[in-house]
Design a protein around this ligand. Structure first.
Ligand SMILES: NC(=O)c1ccc[n+]([C@@H]2O[C@H](COP(=O)([O-])OP(=O)(O)OC[C@H]3O[C@@H](n4cnc5c(N)ncnc54)[C@H](O)[C@@H]3O)[C@@H](O)[C@H]2O)c1
Length: 231
């Protein structure tokens, strides 16, 4: 595998596909595979191989003809590019159903995200031990001066903007918002919205398209049978 320094400015769309490549590489690595062709990796990640080669070339990675990519090296390079070689301290705000499920999710830790704080405003929740951490109020957390890189919002929509503002005020520059509303943040802060309902709506759209297409096929009258040459 040939690796050159990554050119600056990797497009967002490429960045969006890198976690998928990393996940696929991890699965190959677990099975003891040490080198992989672009076709195999593209198949596992669900993209076209030309797309994969283009994306990886943007990181300065080119497979070797007949050998492909080195699984370990490529994983390390993508991890570096995504900034996963360092630990990112995360706070979850809103310790209801979703917040608790995320707090217990082992996949964060194994991918370089350390949940270091939990916050809620409900007095019956503050002080509770969840996954080895004591739930605090956001103001207590701000007062502690702890360094937090990523804030995860799992409060009801009505509270999300105020929580985002507090997170930004305490120096958080990346926000992952699960509440079903848009939150705005100042320049220099990134916010990503996660909404499973949107994903379901997109699936419903495609499902409806397929159902309509099936209906057209069923409703189309069969071509009239020719009687030429009969009798
Ligand atoms: N993105 C998704 O796909 C998805 C999926 C499920 C739920 N959700 C959303 O996630 C959010 C949480 O859902 P849930 O079922 O866990 O709700 P929940 O009611 O069980 O929990 C919400 C928690 O937020 C706390 N809270 C409220 N205001 C707060 C504030 N200002 N500061 C700190 N904590 C505060 C509450 O005390 C409660 O513990 C909701 O907005 C819900 O719509 C999103």
């Amino acid at each position: 595998m040939i690796s050159e320094p990554a050119p600056r400015g990797v497009p967002e769309a490429t960045v969006g596909r890198l976690p998928g490549y990393l996940r696929a590489l991890g699965q190959f690595g677990e099975r003891g595979v040490t080198s992989i062709s672009s076709e195999e990796l593209a198949d596992a990640a669900g993209v076209r191989s030309a797309q994969l080669r283009k994306d990886l070339s943007r990181l300065g990675s080119y497979g070797v003809r007949g050998v492909g990519y080195d699984v370990g090296q490529l994983s390390a390079q993508i991890s570096r590019e995504l900034g996963l070689t360092q630990d990112w301290p995360v706070v979850i705000v809103g310790l209801g159903h979703l917040g608790r499920a995320l707090a217990g999710y082992r996949g964060f830790t194994s991918r370089g995200f350390r949940i270091v704080a939990l916050a809620d405003q409900d007095e019956s929740v503050v002080g509770e031990q969840v996954e080895g951490l004591t739930v605090r109020t956001l103001s207590d957390l701000v007062a502690s001066g702890e360094s937090i890189a990523i804030g995860v919002i799992t409060t009801p929509a009505e509270a999300a903007q105020a929580v985002a503002d507090e997170l930004v005020a305490m120096g958080v520059r990346s926000v992952l918002n699960f509440a079903p509303c848009l939150v705005t943040v100042p320049e220099g802060v990134d916010v990503r919205h996660v909404d499973l309902a949107t994903e379901l709506q997109i699936l419903a759209f495609h499902e409806q398209r397929r159902a309509l297409a099936d209906q057209v096929v069923t409703d189309t009258p069969a071509p009239a049978r020719t009687t030429e040459g009969v009798g």
